[in-house]
Design a protein around this ligand. Structure first.
Ligand code: DQA
Length: 142
C-alpha cells in the first residue's frame, strides 16, 4: 500500500515564488501533510521532486506496478510535455494530475494539459487540499 507524490519544476520554490498565486506553504508542508494522511490510512508515501523532465520520466517508469497511484503536479511540463504524456500512457499505475492554482483563470497557455487525457483524474485550484483529495481518491479506489 504505497502512494508516490511527484512534483515537477519550481515546486521546490513554493513559499518563496508568486505567493499571491501559490500561497505561503512549502513543498515540505505538502509532504508532511500527505505523509500524515497516508499513515492515518495505512499507506506509505514516497516523495520526489525534480526540475528535470527526464528525471520525472525515470521516476514514473520505476513507479510502474509498485504504487496504488501517483499524485503528480507536473508544473509547467503539464502544458508542453509529450514525453511525460507517453510515459503516463505507457504505465499501468494510475496518475492524478494536481495543480495548486486554478490554471483555468490564468494565462491561456495554462488552460491546456498535454497530460490530463491520459491521467486517471485531475484536480485544480484547491491548494494543498488538492493533493489530499488525490490521495483520498486512491485510498477509496477499488
Ligand atoms: C502549477 C500550474 C502550472 O501552470 C505552473 O507552471 C506551475 C504550477 C500549479 O500547481 O498551479 O509551476 O502546476
Amino acid at each position: 500500500n504505497r502512494i508516490l507524490l511527484l512534483n515537477g519544476p519550481n515546486i521546490n520554490m513554493l513559499g518563496q515564488r508568486e505567493k499571491e498565486i501559490y500561497g505561503q506553504f512549502t513543498l515540505q508542508d505538502i509532504e508532511q501533510s500527505l505523509e500524515q494522511l497516508a499513515t492515518e490510512n495505512a499507506y506509505e508515501l514516497d516523495s520526489f521532486q525534480s526540475n528535470h523532465e527526464g528525471e520525472l520520466i525515470d521516476r514514473l517508469q520505476q513507479a510502474n506496478g509498485k504504487y496504488a497511484g501517483v499524485i503528480f503536479n507536473p508544473a509547467a511540463y503539464t502544458h508542453t510535455s509529450i514525453a511525460l504524456r507517453d510515459t503516463i500512457k505507457a504505465i499501468t499505475t494510475p496518475v492524478i494530475e494536481v495543480h495548486i492554482s486554478n490554471v483555468h483563470n490564468r494565462e491561456e497557455f495554462r488552460h491546456t494539459s498535454m497530460l490530463a487525457p491520459v491521467c486517471f483524474g485531475q484536480i485544480v485550484g484547491l491548494g494543498i487540499t488538492g493533493y489530499r483529495l488525490a490521495a483520498l481518491a486512491f485510498f477509496e479506489k477499488k
